[in-house]
Design a protein around this ligand. Structure first.
Ligand code: SF4
Length: 342
Protein backbone atom coordinates (compact mmCIF):
# COMPACT_ATOMS: atom_id res chain seq x y z
CA UNK A 1 0.00 0.00 0.00
CA UNK A 2 1.18 3.50 -0.78
CA UNK A 3 2.37 5.26 2.36
CA UNK A 4 0.62 8.60 2.88
CA UNK A 5 3.05 9.56 5.67
CA UNK A 6 0.13 10.98 7.66
CA UNK A 7 1.81 10.51 11.04
CA UNK A 8 4.96 12.20 9.78
CA UNK A 9 3.03 15.05 8.16
CA UNK A 10 1.07 15.70 11.33
CA UNK A 11 4.21 15.80 13.46
CA UNK A 12 6.01 17.96 10.94
CA UNK A 13 3.09 20.37 10.91
CA UNK A 14 3.16 20.62 14.70
CA UNK A 15 6.89 21.18 14.67
CA UNK A 16 6.87 23.95 12.05
CA UNK A 17 3.93 25.64 13.78
CA UNK A 18 5.91 25.68 17.02
CA UNK A 19 8.92 26.99 15.15
CA UNK A 20 6.73 29.75 13.62
CA UNK A 21 7.63 28.61 10.12
CA UNK A 22 4.02 28.68 8.92
CA UNK A 23 2.21 31.89 8.12
CA UNK A 24 -1.20 32.77 6.69
CA UNK A 25 0.54 33.76 3.47
CA UNK A 26 2.10 30.30 3.17
CA UNK A 27 -1.19 28.54 3.84
CA UNK A 28 -2.85 30.74 1.24
CA UNK A 29 -0.09 29.89 -1.24
CA UNK A 30 -0.72 26.16 -0.68
CA UNK A 31 -4.42 26.76 -1.19
CA UNK A 32 -3.91 28.67 -4.46
CA UNK A 33 -1.43 26.08 -5.81
CA UNK A 34 -3.91 23.30 -5.00
CA UNK A 35 -6.82 25.20 -6.53
CA UNK A 36 -4.81 25.92 -9.67
CA UNK A 37 -4.05 22.20 -9.91
CA UNK A 38 -7.72 21.25 -9.55
CA UNK A 39 -8.79 23.90 -12.08
CA UNK A 40 -5.84 23.04 -14.34
CA UNK A 41 -4.99 26.72 -14.66
CA UNK A 42 -2.04 27.63 -16.80
CA UNK A 43 -0.71 29.75 -13.93
CA UNK A 44 -0.26 28.55 -10.39
CA UNK A 45 0.13 30.60 -7.19
CA UNK A 46 2.95 33.13 -7.01
CA UNK A 47 5.38 30.50 -5.77
CA UNK A 48 5.63 26.73 -5.43
CA UNK A 49 5.09 25.52 -1.89
CA UNK A 50 7.80 22.85 -2.11
CA UNK A 51 11.29 23.81 -3.19
CA UNK A 52 13.75 21.01 -3.91
CA UNK A 53 17.45 21.79 -4.29
CA UNK A 54 20.15 19.40 -5.47
CA UNK A 55 23.11 20.78 -3.50
CA UNK A 56 25.54 18.13 -4.75
CA UNK A 57 24.77 14.83 -6.47
CA UNK A 58 27.85 13.00 -5.22
CA UNK A 59 27.32 10.09 -2.85
CA UNK A 60 29.46 7.86 -0.64
CA UNK A 61 27.12 4.86 -0.34
CA UNK A 62 26.93 3.60 -3.93
CA UNK A 63 23.50 1.96 -3.79
CA UNK A 64 22.94 -0.42 -6.68
CA UNK A 65 19.72 1.20 -7.89
CA UNK A 66 21.26 4.68 -7.98
CA UNK A 67 24.74 4.45 -9.51
CA UNK A 68 27.40 2.01 -10.67
CA UNK A 69 30.49 0.93 -8.74
CA UNK A 70 32.42 3.92 -10.10
CA UNK A 71 29.72 6.34 -8.99
CA UNK A 72 28.26 6.95 -12.46
CA UNK A 73 24.62 7.90 -11.85
CA UNK A 74 22.05 5.74 -13.65
CA UNK A 75 20.11 7.64 -16.28
CA UNK A 76 16.38 6.87 -16.22
CA UNK A 77 16.08 8.02 -19.84
CA UNK A 78 16.29 4.78 -21.85
CA UNK A 79 17.69 6.82 -24.75
CA UNK A 80 20.46 8.24 -22.57
CA UNK A 81 24.10 7.22 -22.63
CA UNK A 82 26.30 6.17 -19.71
CA UNK A 83 27.70 9.19 -17.91
CA UNK A 84 25.08 11.55 -19.32
CA UNK A 85 24.03 12.65 -15.84
CA UNK A 86 26.71 15.14 -14.89
CA UNK A 87 27.86 15.78 -11.36
CA UNK A 88 28.43 19.05 -9.58
CA UNK A 89 27.84 21.27 -6.56
CA UNK A 90 25.46 24.15 -6.22
CA UNK A 91 27.24 27.32 -5.11
CA UNK A 92 26.13 28.39 -1.63
CA UNK A 93 25.05 31.83 -2.89
CA UNK A 94 22.74 30.19 -5.42
CA UNK A 95 21.00 28.07 -2.78
CA UNK A 96 20.66 31.06 -0.50
CA UNK A 97 19.35 33.40 -3.16
CA UNK A 98 16.71 30.91 -4.32
CA UNK A 99 15.50 30.36 -0.75
CA UNK A 100 15.46 34.10 -0.17
CA UNK A 101 13.24 34.63 -3.22
CA UNK A 102 10.54 32.21 -2.08
CA UNK A 103 10.92 32.51 1.70
CA UNK A 104 7.56 34.12 2.36
CA UNK A 105 5.57 31.49 0.47
CA UNK A 106 7.42 28.19 0.39
CA UNK A 107 6.45 25.62 3.05
CA UNK A 108 9.58 23.50 3.00
CA UNK A 109 12.97 23.42 1.31
CA UNK A 110 14.06 19.86 0.51
CA UNK A 111 17.86 19.98 0.54
CA UNK A 112 18.73 16.86 -1.42
CA UNK A 113 17.62 15.16 -4.60
CA UNK A 114 19.93 12.43 -5.74
CA UNK A 115 23.11 13.00 -3.75
CA UNK A 116 24.19 12.65 -0.13
CA UNK A 117 23.53 16.04 1.51
CA UNK A 118 26.03 15.54 4.35
CA UNK A 119 28.84 15.67 1.79
CA UNK A 120 27.95 19.30 1.07
CA UNK A 121 30.13 21.16 3.55
CA UNK A 122 27.90 24.22 3.64
CA UNK A 123 24.72 22.27 4.38
CA UNK A 124 24.39 23.81 7.85
CA UNK A 125 24.77 27.29 6.32
CA UNK A 126 21.89 26.63 3.91
CA UNK A 127 19.75 25.30 6.79
CA UNK A 128 20.62 28.27 8.99
CA UNK A 129 19.85 30.69 6.13
CA UNK A 130 16.44 29.05 5.64
CA UNK A 131 15.67 28.93 9.38
CA UNK A 132 16.49 32.61 9.78
CA UNK A 133 13.93 33.32 7.06
CA UNK A 134 11.24 31.07 8.51
CA UNK A 135 11.62 28.28 5.96
CA UNK A 136 11.40 24.65 7.15
CA UNK A 137 14.08 22.24 5.89
CA UNK A 138 14.59 18.51 5.51
CA UNK A 139 17.18 16.09 4.19
CA UNK A 140 17.31 12.41 3.39
CA UNK A 141 20.66 10.79 4.10
CA UNK A 142 22.40 7.44 4.14
CA UNK A 143 23.61 8.50 7.63
CA UNK A 144 27.17 7.26 7.10
CA UNK A 145 28.72 10.72 7.26
CA UNK A 146 27.25 11.88 10.54
CA UNK A 147 29.81 13.18 13.00
CA UNK A 148 29.34 14.89 16.35
CA UNK A 149 30.38 18.11 14.64
CA UNK A 150 27.99 18.08 11.69
CA UNK A 151 25.13 16.82 13.87
CA UNK A 152 25.61 19.81 16.17
CA UNK A 153 25.87 22.13 13.18
CA UNK A 154 22.65 21.05 11.51
CA UNK A 155 20.65 20.74 14.75
CA UNK A 156 21.62 24.21 15.91
CA UNK A 157 20.94 25.52 12.39
CA UNK A 158 17.31 24.47 12.86
CA UNK A 159 16.72 21.49 10.57
CA UNK A 160 13.18 20.14 10.95
CA UNK A 161 13.27 16.61 9.59
CA UNK A 162 15.87 13.96 8.69
CA UNK A 163 15.08 10.71 6.90
CA UNK A 164 17.75 8.00 7.14
CA UNK A 165 17.99 5.03 4.83
CA UNK A 166 18.57 1.65 6.51
CA UNK A 167 18.59 -1.41 4.26
CA UNK A 168 19.57 -4.11 6.72
CA UNK A 169 20.46 -4.66 10.34
CA UNK A 170 23.60 -6.76 9.91
CA UNK A 171 26.52 -6.08 7.58
CA UNK A 172 25.98 -9.12 5.36
CA UNK A 173 22.41 -8.00 4.64
CA UNK A 174 23.01 -4.24 4.59
CA UNK A 175 25.79 -4.52 2.03
CA UNK A 176 23.73 -6.47 -0.51
CA UNK A 177 22.26 -3.20 -1.81
CA UNK A 178 24.58 -0.56 -0.37
CA UNK A 179 28.08 -1.07 -1.72
CA UNK A 180 30.01 1.12 0.70
CA UNK A 181 29.40 1.64 4.40
CA UNK A 182 29.28 -0.26 7.66
CA UNK A 183 25.95 -0.80 9.31
CA UNK A 184 27.35 -0.84 12.87
CA UNK A 185 28.89 2.58 12.23
CA UNK A 186 25.56 3.74 10.78
CA UNK A 187 23.66 2.49 13.83
CA UNK A 188 26.12 4.28 16.10
CA UNK A 189 25.67 7.45 14.04
CA UNK A 190 21.89 7.21 14.38
CA UNK A 191 22.22 6.75 18.15
CA UNK A 192 24.54 9.78 18.27
CA UNK A 193 22.01 11.87 16.33
CA UNK A 194 19.09 10.75 18.51
CA UNK A 195 21.08 11.47 21.67
CA UNK A 196 22.09 14.95 20.53
CA UNK A 197 18.51 15.71 19.46
CA UNK A 198 17.16 14.62 22.83
CA UNK A 199 19.89 16.25 24.92
CA UNK A 200 19.59 19.60 23.15
CA UNK A 201 15.76 19.40 23.16
CA UNK A 202 15.72 20.19 19.45
CA UNK A 203 12.68 17.96 18.79
CA UNK A 204 13.80 17.53 15.21
CA UNK A 205 11.95 14.67 13.51
CA UNK A 206 13.91 11.54 12.59
CA UNK A 207 12.48 8.79 10.43
CA UNK A 208 14.28 5.54 9.67
CA UNK A 209 13.40 4.47 6.17
CA UNK A 210 13.67 0.69 5.88
CA UNK A 211 13.99 -0.37 2.25
CA UNK A 212 12.29 -3.72 2.08
CA UNK A 213 13.46 -6.65 -0.05
CA UNK A 214 12.93 -10.37 0.25
CA UNK A 215 16.53 -10.71 1.44
CA UNK A 216 16.10 -8.34 4.42
CA UNK A 217 12.48 -8.78 5.48
CA UNK A 218 13.50 -11.04 8.40
CA UNK A 219 15.23 -8.01 9.94
CA UNK A 220 12.20 -5.70 10.05
CA UNK A 221 11.54 -6.51 13.70
CA UNK A 222 15.15 -5.77 14.66
CA UNK A 223 14.93 -2.37 13.00
CA UNK A 224 11.56 -1.69 14.62
CA UNK A 225 13.00 -2.43 18.05
CA UNK A 226 16.03 -0.25 17.31
CA UNK A 227 13.71 2.64 16.40
CA UNK A 228 11.43 2.08 19.39
CA UNK A 229 14.40 2.06 21.77
CA UNK A 230 15.59 5.39 20.37
CA UNK A 231 12.11 6.91 20.01
CA UNK A 232 12.40 7.27 16.23
CA UNK A 233 9.73 6.95 13.56
CA UNK A 234 10.07 4.05 11.16
CA UNK A 235 8.85 3.66 7.61
CA UNK A 236 8.94 0.57 5.40
CA UNK A 237 9.01 1.03 1.67
CA UNK A 238 9.55 -1.32 -1.24
CA UNK A 239 13.09 -1.72 -2.55
CA UNK A 240 13.88 -1.37 -6.22
CA UNK A 241 15.76 -4.43 -7.46
CA UNK A 242 16.99 -2.76 -10.67
CA UNK A 243 20.67 -2.67 -11.59
CA UNK A 244 21.89 -5.75 -9.79
CA UNK A 245 19.22 -7.62 -7.87
CA UNK A 246 16.87 -8.54 -10.70
CA UNK A 247 17.75 -12.24 -10.58
CA UNK A 248 17.42 -12.43 -6.78
CA UNK A 249 14.34 -10.34 -6.11
CA UNK A 250 10.85 -10.20 -7.60
CA UNK A 251 10.18 -7.08 -9.67
CA UNK A 252 8.56 -4.12 -7.94
CA UNK A 253 4.86 -4.63 -7.81
CA UNK A 254 3.62 -1.33 -9.12
CA UNK A 255 0.22 0.22 -9.53
CA UNK A 256 -0.74 0.97 -13.14
CA UNK A 257 0.93 4.11 -14.51
CA UNK A 258 -1.28 7.09 -13.61
CA UNK A 259 -1.40 8.30 -17.19
CA UNK A 260 -4.83 9.87 -16.81
CA UNK A 261 -3.86 11.91 -13.74
CA UNK A 262 -2.23 15.31 -14.14
CA UNK A 263 0.98 15.66 -12.22
CA UNK A 264 0.75 17.82 -9.08
CA UNK A 265 4.39 18.85 -9.21
CA UNK A 266 3.81 21.26 -12.07
CA UNK A 267 1.50 23.37 -9.88
CA UNK A 268 3.01 22.78 -6.44
CA UNK A 269 6.74 22.07 -6.50
CA UNK A 270 9.92 23.23 -8.15
CA UNK A 271 13.29 21.53 -8.55
CA UNK A 272 16.60 23.32 -9.05
CA UNK A 273 19.58 21.22 -10.05
CA UNK A 274 23.16 21.90 -8.86
CA UNK A 275 23.94 23.79 -12.07
CA UNK A 276 20.97 26.12 -11.79
CA UNK A 277 18.66 24.18 -14.10
CA UNK A 278 15.11 25.03 -13.02
CA UNK A 279 13.06 21.90 -13.58
CA UNK A 280 9.55 20.59 -12.92
CA UNK A 281 10.44 17.80 -10.51
CA UNK A 282 13.17 15.61 -9.02
CA UNK A 283 12.78 12.91 -11.71
CA UNK A 284 14.19 15.36 -14.24
CA UNK A 285 17.63 15.51 -12.62
CA UNK A 286 18.28 11.89 -13.59
CA UNK A 287 16.57 12.02 -16.98
CA UNK A 288 19.30 13.04 -19.41
CA UNK A 289 18.31 15.68 -21.92
CA UNK A 290 15.77 17.30 -19.58
CA UNK A 291 15.14 20.78 -20.85
CA UNK A 292 15.12 23.27 -17.97
CA UNK A 293 12.49 25.98 -17.78
CA UNK A 294 15.44 28.31 -17.35
CA UNK A 295 18.92 28.29 -15.87
CA UNK A 296 19.20 30.17 -12.59
CA UNK A 297 21.80 32.92 -12.56
CA UNK A 298 22.70 34.52 -9.25
CA UNK A 299 21.71 38.18 -9.23
CA UNK A 300 19.66 37.84 -12.41
CA UNK A 301 16.98 35.15 -12.24
CA UNK A 302 13.85 35.27 -10.13
CA UNK A 303 12.43 31.79 -9.65
CA UNK A 304 8.92 33.17 -9.14
CA UNK A 305 9.02 34.68 -12.66
CA UNK A 306 10.12 31.32 -14.03
CA UNK A 307 7.44 29.51 -11.99
CA UNK A 308 4.71 31.23 -13.99
CA UNK A 309 6.84 31.92 -17.04
CA UNK A 310 6.24 30.65 -20.59
CA UNK A 311 8.06 27.32 -20.22
CA UNK A 312 6.27 26.34 -17.01
CA UNK A 313 2.96 27.33 -18.56
CA UNK A 314 3.74 25.28 -21.67
CA UNK A 315 4.47 22.23 -19.50
CA UNK A 316 1.19 22.67 -17.59
CA UNK A 317 -0.71 23.08 -20.85
CA UNK A 318 0.85 19.91 -22.21
CA UNK A 319 -0.15 18.05 -19.05
CA UNK A 320 -3.75 19.29 -19.12
CA UNK A 321 -4.36 18.89 -22.85
CA UNK A 322 -2.35 15.79 -23.76
CA UNK A 323 -1.61 14.15 -20.41
CA UNK A 324 1.53 12.46 -19.16
CA UNK A 325 1.87 10.32 -22.25
CA UNK A 326 2.91 13.40 -24.25
CA UNK A 327 6.29 13.50 -22.54
CA UNK A 328 8.43 10.34 -22.40
CA UNK A 329 9.68 11.22 -18.93
CA UNK A 330 6.17 11.68 -17.53
CA UNK A 331 4.85 8.67 -19.42
CA UNK A 332 7.02 6.35 -17.29
CA UNK A 333 6.44 8.16 -13.99
CA UNK A 334 4.49 6.62 -11.11
CA UNK A 335 4.42 9.72 -8.95
CA UNK A 336 1.09 10.88 -7.58
CA UNK A 337 0.73 13.97 -5.45
CA UNK A 338 3.83 15.61 -4.04
CA UNK A 339 4.61 12.88 -1.53
CA UNK A 340 7.73 10.79 -1.31
CA UNK A 341 7.93 8.46 -4.27
CA UNK A 342 7.27 5.32 -2.17
S1 SF4 B 1 4.81 13.22 -14.19
FE1 SF4 B 1 6.64 12.59 -13.05
S2 SF4 B 1 8.32 13.10 -14.44
FE2 SF4 B 1 6.52 14.25 -15.16
S3 SF4 B 1 6.68 16.23 -14.14
FE3 SF4 B 1 5.43 14.91 -12.85
S4 SF4 B 1 6.82 14.03 -11.35
FE4 SF4 B 1 8.04 14.82 -13.04
Amino acid sequence: MRNRYNYLKWNLLLRVLKQKKITIKKVFNVFVCSLAYVLKSKKSAKSPFILSLELWNECNAGCLFCRDAKGVIHDINPEGSKGAIKKGKMPLEMAQEIIDQVKSRVLIAVLYTNGEPLLYKDLHKVIRFATDRGVATMISTNGLKFTQENITQILTAGIDFIKIQLGGFTQDVYSIQIRYGHVEKLKENIRMLARANRKGKYNMLILIDFILYQYNKHQVDDVRKFCDDLGLMMNIRPGNPKCGLEDKEPPLSLEPLPLQISCDWLWKGMQVNFNGDILPCCETVIWSGSKPYEIFEVGKTNVMDVWNGPNSIAMRKMMTTQGRAAHPMCAQCYRRGVEFKW
